[in-house]
Design a protein around this ligand. Sequence first.
Ligand code: DAH
Length: 348
Amino acid sequence: MSLQTRLTELRDQGLKDIQSAENSEMINDIRVKLLGKKGSITEVLRGMRELDKEERPKVGALANKIRDELSNAIVTRQNEIEAEKIAKKLEKEKIDVTLPGVPVKEGQAHVLAQIIDEIEKLFLGLGFQIIEGPEVEEDHYNFEMLNLPPDHPARDMQDTFYITDKTLMRTQTSPVQARTLEKHDFSKGPLKMISPGKVYRRDTDDATHSHQFHQVEGLVVGENISMADLKGTLELVAKTIFGEDRDIRLRPSYFPFTEPSAEVDVSCFKCGGKGCQVCKQSGWIEVLGAGMVHPNVLQMAGVDPDVYGGFAFGLGPDRFAMLKYGVDDIREFYLNDLRFLNQFSQKG
Ligand code: DAH
């Protein structure tokens, strides 16, 4: 058989094989078999040595042409195979965007966070700052700077968890008063702030006591601030949280950091003041403590009590929520039972 015939045969068979190759491996095998170092075409080219001088260029030209033809066919088929592979993958991974999605359950703020939010909104509207203080507090701020020196009997009511002798879990948000007073620059205007947060007591937990609960502290200090300002501010709080028709009343009380001090009652939102079970027939419900900032507290924080004065208050969002929603056990707020918490939907 002449070399020309052998070459043409190899080409025809090669093209057929290339066409029917189904994957890259098959294509690669064919390339090696035809065009590799020991491939059939290479072998034919080696046989050219035995040809006549005139024959050689002719056969050489044909061999080159066929080699090019075959390698082009290989590249073309290889590309086809790649394209088919991608098309198949795309087909398999097709996403049906019309399928219904997996619903994401929408959460909501905890009922206590809702109450605190409401209070924050009210006070932001009155131009107050919202300031947070540390929960691990120094005895210095939690007691001493609030006019409760060591051995002050009022410390007994607020036993807590001690970290060291002089650091403790704060028993009240009142230390933020002292921290803020120390920093405030009164030449820039009065100080008006609230401070919401968690507080801790070494209480035995029961329906009305929890070793951890919440407070919102309030403090206004400046020039010419009177108890009337305190009453007006607290009236707004009562109306915002418990309803437009609420009144408040102040009863004399005692806190070491205020003088005079007051317990603040709100008129019963259940009976409107006539007397019922909720208000224990009195028409009033005690909701918070307040008073005019004690001169010692100002003095210790470096504020001149002869020039500046003001009021402070401390309220309990837990107690507010219990009263507002008729919850009879404070521990419910901390159990994280969704059946309980979902009752306080913000949308509803
Ligand atoms: N810190 C007080 C407590 O935990 C509450 C309180 C009462 C805060 C009167 C005040 C205040 O700022 O003026 O019992």
